[in-house]
Design a protein around this ligand. Structure first.
Ligand code: BDR
Ligand code: CA
Length: 323
């Protein structure tokens, strides 16, 4: 691809993708599989857009369809504190992939997401970047089992949260955080560098029907598969007044490779885990004086408060659509 220099002339990003495919997860996986600077070490799956049995199946089908050889592992099937919750069939379809018939994967099922995270992070100290675009349950379980991994990862990039703006599943909360707020709070408070890519940014990355069609025209069969499974998803957003579909998870993927397209704010982050504000994310911005409180002592994390939506979409087009 003309936009990227030869492999080896730029740093590679060793990435574990924690995901709940999920229509927008599928585009993100294609971005990771196609980007020449990304070394996809593995995929870990979690419940969210559909039950774990489906998200795990979907991740395996998508990874193989996209030519990715990375192992795919099953993780958590419920939140740290389970609650009765409906799956978003009206957004991601009755199979989590926009009702596109996807069949069954050839590779056998495994249930080792947490062990895979821990082992892989230990095997590559200081190198692994975790891109988490579903509930943070697998990450929280890995931290609980092996707290030292916080000091061994390069960073955690997550799609989640809504900072000073309304959510998308309740007025207070974004779906990934709402689905396991306790896990998200564990992830934000751990001693590893976290960058959150919240709705504040993903509401700026709206891919129109025309743009999606253009990617399918210039891209390969894998991109056309993503285009086919995105049809109902884009319809959902259009019926809600958007000009196209929000590509939440792929926007977080672009942060891995093009962080300059995002405006970051530093400060500790907390998550409300109950009541009407369940899943609400709040940041205490660095540099502002507050009286002593139980916010003190928490690690400062980064939150993307804004981003260049057009440029992010352009990056996605170049990588996924050979544009
Ligand atoms: C997030 O929730 C899921 O529905 C999407 O895949 C994305 O990760 C957006 O709020
Ligand atoms: Ca997702």
């Amino acid at each position: 691809m003309s936009h990227s220099p030869a492999r080896g002339s730029r740093p590679m990003h060793k990435v574990i993708f924690d995901t709940d495919p999920g229509v927008d997860d599928a585009l993100a996986l294609l971005y990771l599989a196609r980007h020449p600077d990304i070394d996809l070490l593995g995929v870990t799956t979690v419940f969210g857009n559909a039950p774990l049995s489906m998200t795990f199946r979907n991740a395996r089908v998508l990874a193989r369809a996209f030519g990715a050889t990375a192992p795919v592992h099953a993780g958590a099937a419920e939140a740290l504190v389970p609650v009765a919750e409906d799956f978003p069939w009206h957004i991601h379809g009755n199979n989590g992939l926009g009702n596109l018939p996807v069949g069954e994967p050839a590779d056998p099922p495994t249930s080792t997401a947490v062990a895979f995270l821990i082992d892989t992070i230990r095997a590559h100290p200081g190198e692994v970047r975790i891109l988490a675009v579903g509930r943070m349950t697998n990450l929280a379980l890995a931290l609980a089992e092996a707290p030292e991994i916080a000091g061994l990862v390069r960073d955690v990039v997550l799609m989640g949260g809504a900072f000073g703006t309304h959510g998308n599943i309740t007025p207070a909360a974004e779906a990934n955080i709402f689905g396991d707020p306790l896990a998200a709070d564990h992830v934000f408070r751990a001693q590893w560098p976290v960058t959150a890519i919240p709705l504040n940014v993903t509401r700026r990355t709206v891919m129109t029907r025309q743009a999606l069609a253009d990617l399918c025209r210039t891209g390969d069969d894998a991109m056309r598969m993503v285009g086919a499974l995105s049809q109902d998803y884009i319809g959902f957003y259009e019926s809600n007044g958007e000009a196209g579909m929000l590509v939440h998870d792929c926007t977080a993927g672009v942060f891995l490779t093009d962080p300059d397209l995002f405006d970051l704010q530093g400060g500790s982050v907390r998550v409300c885990d109950h009541g009407p504000f369940r899943g609400q994310t709040l940041q205490r911005p660095d540099g502002i004086g507050f009286p002593p409180s139980d916010w003190d002592g928490r690690r400062s994390q980064q939150v993307a408060m804004d981003g260049d939506g057009a440029a992010i979409l352009d990056r996605i087009a170049k990588v996924c659509g050979n544009a």
